[in-house]
Design a protein around this ligand. Structure first.
Ligand code: NAD
Length: 257
């Protein structure tokens, strides 16, 4: 499939995990890519992992800083004249703790990346998409944005906020030919999930992982490429009447009683 041959797509958090897997999937479908991440070394490795001939530029930015978000959006428009797809994905988990011990500083740190970052990204990209009269956005929420997980005050607040922002902006911008959806991944094996399991299980984190997936209907972690396939569908134009949705991708775990 070459659904992205004439599309420019911006991906945040492109240096690792879900963002990287999506960059690789979209490059296979001939997208022109703008890859954004906090880590320039990871961005360079990401670009080097793409098929020869891929048109991919990299941009180091902290998504929690509005000026840096505006700068990556301006750079994408300066380079390519348009933004057809936006995977608004960068995020952090934060330290796990009970609510009373979570701490205001940690709470605001997680919110600033996961919620401010997603809002700044949408606000900046939507100006471009409204002017061009088309576009598709996928925001990365989480199962932690549609269910209570525990020990994740900052993450829960930020990801529930991403679901709310998605619905609100989808209602506003559908009339301009723009779709805005969110994905709610369960446990997908990336650096973030390994970090989370290490917080739970320490040196025995792999055993913690086995226990974690034992209650999943599919008895396994998700794969980044499975999330990339969903994001590609939502950004491809084939999903043109899906708008305002938050789509779980979790092996069915969030539906289980
Ligand atoms: P990851 O840690 O592998 O990748 C996250 C990327 O975001 C990294 O490259 C990191 O450098 C970048 N990043 C972090 N803070 C940033 C900032 N301030 N500015 C710019 N870039 C920044 O994690 P992942 O699992 O790929 O997570 C991607 C998204 O998916 C996150 O929003 C996460 O909350 C969400 N998510 C992941 C899972 C999972 O199971 N992996 C589940 C639900 C939701």
């Amino acid at each position: 499939m070459k659904r992205f041959a004439d599309k420019v797509v911006v991906i945040t958090g492109a240096g690792s995990g879900l963002g990287l897997a999506t960059a690789q999937r979209l490059a296979d479908e001939q997208a022109t890519l703008v890859l954004v991440d906090l880590r320039e070394d990871w961005l360079e490795a990401a670009r080097n992992s793409l098929p020869v001939g891929t048109n991919a530029t990299i941009f180091r930015a902290d998504v929690s800083q509005l000026a840096e978000v505006e700068a990556y959006v301006d750079a994408a428009v300066a380079a390519h004249g348009r933004i057809d797809g936006f995977f608004n994905n960068a995020g952090i988990e934060g330290r796990q703790n009970l609510t009373e011990q979570f701490g205001a500083e940690e709470f605001h740190r997680v919110i600033s990346v996961n919620l401010d970052g997603v809002f700044y990204g949408m606000a900046s990209v939507l100006k471009v998409m409204r002017a061009q009269g088309s576009g598709a956005i996928v925001n990365t929420a989480s199962v932690g944005g549609i269910r209570g997980v525990g020990n994740q005050s900052g993450y829960a607040a930020s990801k529930h906020g991403v679901v709310g922002l998605t619905r609100n902006s989808a209602v506003e911008y559908g009339c301009y030919g723009i779709q805005i959806n969110a994905i709610a991944p369960g446990a997908i094996m990336t650096a973030m999930v390994e970090g989370s399991l290490r917080q739970i299980g320490g040196e025995d984190w792999e055993e913690a992982g086995r226990q974690f997936v034992s209650v999943n209907p599919m008895k396994r972690f998700g794969k980044p490429e499975e999330v990339a396939a969903l994001v590609a569908f939502l950004l491809s134009g084939e999903a043109a009447f899906i708008n305002g949705a938050t789509i779980p991708i979790d092996g069915g775990q969030s539906y289980k009683y």
